[in-house]
Design a protein around this ligand. Structure first.
Ligand code: SF4
Length: 289
């Protein structure tokens, strides 16, 4: 396959064919993120994208899942995306699931009819980054959108019949805004009720602007118990019936998984046990992005 620069995908797309339909992220401005820093956002030539699926067809006899990269595939025109999805159906008919990241702005540029069309052509799930349900936190990290816009984008994805997977980042409010971050994020999740909720924990890599703030003493990272406290407050206030909850990324200090709201009390009890010292946290050495 032909790739431009570093390629990222959600953990659940580990076995998917990845094809870049755009390069980079159209926002590329979040101060905690270095994923696409070396890339200027642009669309790949449609012919090149289509050719990649033909190359993949020649290379692999069975392709079950496809992830459309990079950070912002939905920034392509709906007409282009429809051609890409139809081409996947024609060349890789056994594929059962096509997914992509969707930035809030890219989703909000689409009409409900356009999203429904993409769903009907096989785009089954969108990964959306909430990061925080607190506007002060989003402003501080230059997310470029408000909580309400992100929630509306998530609701549009669900209304179109696609699955919605949403992530937030523990610790993103630092020690100053952790309560607002926890409560706002619980509220945003409750309003979207995503099919999948993923919690990562903030850690630094690549000399991001937020890392520089931390190095200058202007932003405080949470300790492992503080992250547990923040997660507990978030879970105590979440109402997201049916959401599959995961906080088992390599960046997390504690591994948590369950289905909301059914497992909420058990998840909270695990966090309380950790806060009481009955459970240990992952050491910094084993954490990774
Ligand atoms: S929108 Fe996502 S990919 Fe783009 S800079 Fe922000 S966190 Fe990174």
């Amino acid at each position: 396959m032909r790739y431009e620069g570093r390629v990222f995908r959600p953990p659940s797309e580990a076995y998917s064919l990845i094809v870049q339909v755009t390069i980079g992220c159209s926002h590329n401005g979040c101060t905690f993120c270095d994923m696409y820093k070396e890339k200027q956002f642009h669309l790949r030539k449609l012919e090149d994208v289509l050719e990649d699926f033909i190359l993949a067809r020649r290379a692999y006899s069975h392709i079950e899942r496809i992830f459309l990269a990079d950070g912002d595939a939905l920034m392509r025109r709906t007409e282009d995306l429809a051609i890409i999805l139809q081409h996947i159906r024609d060349t890789i008919p056994e594929c059962t699931r096509v997914t992509s990241y969707g930035s809030p702005k890219s989703i909000l540029t689409k009409t409900p009819e356009q999203l429904a069309l993409l769903r009907s052509l096989g785009l089954k799930m969108i990964y959306l980054g909430l990061e925080s349900g607190c506007d002060d936190v989003l402003t501080h990290v230059n997310k470029g959108v408000t909580v309400d816009e992100i929630v509306r984008a998530g609701q549009m994805v669900k209304d179109a019949g696609m699955k919605l997977s949403v992530t937030a980042i523990n610790g993103l409010g630092g020690t100053e805004l952790w309560r607002e971050h926890a409560l706002g994020t619980a509220d945003a999740f409750s309003r979207m009720k995503p099919d999948y909720i993923g919690l990562l924990t903030l850690m630094f890599e690549g000399g991001t602007p937020l890392q520089k703030e931390w190095e200058a003493g202007k932003f405080q990272l949470l300790t492992a118990p503080q992250v547990a406290q923040e997660t507990l407050l978030m879970l105590e206030h979440i109402d997201s019936e049916g959401s599959i909850f995961r906080s088992n990324h390599a960046s997390n200090y504690l591994s948590l998984k369950g289905t909301l709201n059914r497992d909420r009390d058990a998840l909270c009890n695990t966090l309380r046990r950790a806060l009481d010292g009955e459970l240990g946290y992952k050491s910094e050495y084993y954490r990774a992005l």
